[in-house]
Design a protein around this ligand. Structure first.
Ligand code: BG6
Ligand code: MG
Length: 224
């Protein structure tokens, strides 16, 4: 039976890549082409370190294994090359790339009166949301275009919460990046880890499926 008792959460901030859409696989493929061309070893282990961090920082992590030293101009060209191939993958995105589980969960949260936002380091977040048909679903989008500092700095989430006019203590953050979980904790949010981040012990909750949010977020609203 529905009991409208005081809910702990008034908002949920979602990371985008690897949480709402599996663009993390596209980031991987695009970086892998560049790394292969430059003959730099690149695997899933390195890729996990790129989750949540900016394009420029991602390139620096990849170049750690390079035998060569590159100029800033060359690095800029590499970042552009990666983004061009990543954008070609993004062109192929459609609403089918968002799982029914994600859609159902977002609908449930909104239906219960919670505000939902995106908190992503990506400068391509709005393109992704448009291509998968989710632009109008979110009450706010904080992304790589409105931040100075990337995760693990909490800036992107603090800005998302401010856009929702909520305090961090009223919001949960859902993240697949360990850097993102650190950012959420540092910002005073309840951190919920999914995917790669769920193996860390830094989040308040670890989930294997986004539908588990129903219990965590709405558990107190729908409690008997
Ligand atoms: C994050 C991804 O969401 O966005 C990172 O987890 C990525 O892997 C970062 O590097 C920046 O993305 P973009 O689209 O601006 O290159
Ligand atoms: Mg992510």
């Amino acid at each position: 039976m529905k009991k409208n008792i005081t809910a702990k959460y008034k908002g949920v901030i979602f990371d985008l890549d690897g949480v709402i859409v599996h663009t993390d696989k596209m980031h991987y493929a695009a970086w892998k082409s560049l790394a292969d061309r430059l003959e730099i070893p690149f695997d899933e282990e390195v890729n996990n370190r790129l989750r949540g961090v900016s394009r420029t920082e991602s390139l620096e992590i990849i170049l750690e294994r390079s035998a060569q030293v590159y100029s800033d101009a060359q690095k800029l060209r590499f970042s552009e090359e990666k983004n061009e191939s990543y954008l070609r993958y993004l062109d192929g995105l459609s609403p089918h790339d968002v799982s029914p589980e994600v859609i159902d969960t977002l609908r449930l949260l909104k239906g219960a009166g919670l505000k939902i936002a995106i908190g992503s380091s990506s400068k391509n977040a709005k393109t992704i949301l448009k291509n998968v048909g989710l632009t109008d679903f979110f009450d706010a989008v904080s992304d790589g275009t409105n931040i100075e500092k990337t995760k693990p700095d909490p800036e992107v989430f603090l800005k998302a919460a401010a856009m929702l006019r909520l305090a961090p203590s009223e919001c949960a953050v859902v993240e697949d990046a360990i850097t993102g979980i650190e950012a959420a904790v540092r910002g005073g949010f309840t951190a919920i880890a999914i995917g790669n981040a769920a193996s860390s012990n830094k989040a308040e909750f670890n989930i294997t499926s986004i539908s588990e949010l129903q219990k965590i977020i709405l558990g107190d609203i729908y409690a008997e």
